[in-house]
Write a new protein. Structure first.
Length: 367
């Protein structure tokens, strides 16, 4: 079996390469040419002879066609490429559209024009639902039948790509499936995403506190900490308003803590992605945990990991991190994926936080 992965250097791409190599695939990974090394997540796989990393630009039709033409014997094509940060999409809507929306069309059109007999997967997103949800006796939820109400340039681009998948499936008979993935996180998530921003900050704080407590008599708990408006300092009698005057660490700056998300583990979700392309008939599937938690809940779990029960003094609410249009509630239902694919999530919120915090702290720091 042979697969092409567009967007191979991202969180999901790196997990998917690992999964496919475990199943003895030959994998062509497509990464955008960049002056900055973006291969950190897949560096451990680069020496595998079954994995071939190539440069390509999903926004460039000739680049996409060239990759497909050079790999005409491909069995499966996965499109994971996107400008996937919602906040950035408000500042760069054109770039977001070119990568996240038009890029999908370029691949689909190439598959049809070059008459490549393969299965195609498109990474859709729960952000497409926006403020839309259905309600039954169990409460609010989103599934494959819930209407889309996108509330960001990113979500609009994802909707366009999603509808393009349906069009090519119906008009050209393309074996094209889309996974409507709810928020899925892990240690490979970029640090500009709120979950990783939290776990990375908490891990850095734990390391900073441990290092700076050396030489001081300390109980090891928050009683040794003092707080100024924007910084955290260590030691009684060492309170300074300006962090330049004393060793200190900036507080964690976040936006809306009440936003509610259905968070799962990326390693679980790529298994569902692969399962979709093992089906005889293409279709769209919601992939989620079926539970929802606020950012505040995630914060609490991360701080609890290092033994801190109250996190409020460590956090600054910064309007800069509020979205122009917020999606307040996401909670999926994966009944269709369970029935047709035999897929279920393996990791709950606490398990996810533990995986991420274990990566972002050392075990001797953990209490």
């Amino acid at each position: 079996m042979k697969a092409i992965i567009f967007g191979v250097t991202g969180q999901d791409g790196s997990h998917l390469v690992e999964l496919l190599l475990e199943k003895n695939y030959n994998v062509v990974g497509v990464a955008r040419r960049s002056s900055v090394d973006t291969t950190e997540r897949i560096e451990h796989l680069l020496d595998d002879p079954r994995f071939n990393l190539v440069s390509g630009d999903i926004t460039d039709v000739s680049s996409v066609y060239g990759i497909l033409r050079n790999n005409g014997d491909v069995d499966e094509v996965y499109n994971l490429a996107a400008q996937s940060h919602v906040g950035i999409s408000f500042r760069q809507p054109g770039l977001t559209w070119d990568i996240t929306g038009k890029g999908c069309l370029n691949i689909l059109q190439g598959i049809v024009d070059l008459e490549i007999d393969c299965k195609f997967y498109q990474a859709s997103s729960s952000e497409m639902f926006g403020g839309s949800y259905d309600v039954d006796e169990f409460g609010k939820f989103q599934d494959e039948e819930t209407k889309f109400l996108p509330q960001s340039p990113y979500a609009i681009a994802k909707c366009a790509a999603h509808y393009m998948v349906r069009l090519f499936r119906e008009a050209y008979g393309t074996h094209a499936s889309a996974g409507i993935l709810f928020n899925h996180e892990g240690p490979r998530r970029g640090e500009n995403f709120v979950t990783r921003k939290i776990t990375k900050w908490v891990g850095d704080f734990a390391a900073w506190k441990k290092e700076n407590e050396r030489g001081y008599e300390s109980s090891g708990d928050v009683s040794s900490l003092v707080f100024s408006e924007d910084f955290i300092h260590l030691g009684k009698g060492r309170v300074f308003a300006d962090a330049k005057a004393t060793p200190g660490i900036p507080k964690l700056r976040l936006g809306n803590l009440e936003a509610s998300r259905d968070w799962g583990y990326a390693g679980d979700y790529v298994e569902a992605i692969w399962m979709m392309l093992q089906q005889d008939n293409p279709d769209d599937y919601v992939i989620c945990t079926g539970t929802t938690h606020t950012i505040k809940d995630f914060l609490e779990a991360a701080f609890n990991y290092i033994g801190i029960k109250s996190w409020e003094e460590f956090v600054v609410i910064d309007p800069e991190f509020y979205r122009p249009a917020e999606v307040d509630y996401l909670k999926g239902r994966y009944a269709k994926a369970k029935k047709n694919l035999g897929w279920e999530p393996k990791t709950d919120l606490q398990g996810l936080v533990n995986i991420m915090m274990k990566n972002d702290t050392n075990e001797d720091i953990q209490g």
